[in-house]
Design a protein around this ligand. Structure first.
Ligand code: APR
Length: 232
């Protein structure tokens, strides 16, 4: 089967009711990114940051995958699909996608403050544990922190993501403004002969000027069109 590699961003989950970051009224308008998504912000006010992620985590219990997530999962009937997501929600998994690489971490997990990327300390929370408190500790005795890649931190999954991009037969981008690196640079690892599709209701500038088949629609409608183009 041909390999379909998909890079998704916040727009993928917009129709599920999760705010994007940089659209008007997006999350970074409401919460200063320096305060809630940097190691410095966490050091300055761990309670604020813990509350912010507790809220995001509890929102997962009220939202569900949209048709776009579902159609992407259905593409596994026709392709060997790898989803590389910048999203920290679990909607791709819940829609049935079987290989999901989370570049920016996962809301459903917590980890050690001292060694956030040590697999021994990464823990999946059950829904009844979604409210993390200051004083809850990891197995190494450090405060439990969200398993989220904050600005200024390394992106450990990027190497794995690059490997998949280099092997792609078809590449698809959905719902990302391509503002944040290294994720935004993944397209540069996709071989030149590989067709690239992009689904987004807004125009997203492609820095390299590489030709891209643009489907200027939301994720659900866009996936209907993509499916028509690729498999019908
Ligand atoms: N369907 C598809 N795309 C949509 C939809 C929709 N219904 N609604 C909005 N979009 C698009 C917007 O047009 C925009 O291009 O989703 C994109 C969202 O862009 P951002 O808010 O910048 O989100 P993203 O690119 O995922 O951000 C990357 O930045 O702060 C961080 O770590 C956070 O992972 C995030 C990273």
């Amino acid at each position: 089967m041909k390999k379909l590699v998909v890079l998704t961003g916040a727009g993928m989950s917009a129709e599920s009711g999760i705010s994007t970051f940089r659209d008007a009224g997006g999350l970074w308008d409401k919460y200063p990114v320096e305060q809630v998504a940097t190691p410095e912000g966490y050091a300055a006010n761990p309670q604020l940051v813990t509350d912010f992620y507790n809220e995001r985590r509890k929102q997962l219990l009220t939202v569900k995958p949209n048709r776009g997530h579902e159609l992407l999962a259905e593409m596994e009937q026709f392709f060997n699909v790898t989803v590389i997501t910048q999203n920290v929600d679990n909607l791709h998994e819940r829609a049935g996608s079987s290989r999901v690489i989370h570049l920016h971490g996962e809301l459903t997990k917590v980890t050690s403050s001292w060694q956030p990327n040590n697999p021994n300390y990464i823990k999946e929370l059950k829904p009844e544990e979604y409210e993390v408190k200051i004083g809850d500790v990891a197995a190494d005795g450090s405060q439990l922190r969200p398993f989220i890649v904050w600005f200024g931190e390394a992106v450990p999954m990027i190497e794995t993501a690059i490997d998949y991009c280099e092997q792609a037969d078809v590449f698809l981008i959905i719902g990302t403004s391509l503002n944040v690196y290294p994720a935004a640079g993944l397209l540069n690892y996709v071989p030149a002969h590989v067709p690239v599709y992009l689904i987004d209701p807004k125009q997203v500038p492609i820095a390299s000027g590489r030709p891209v088949h643009v489907i200027q629609k939301g994720a659900s409608e866009g996936m209907v069109e993509l499916k028509r183009l690729l498999v019908e």
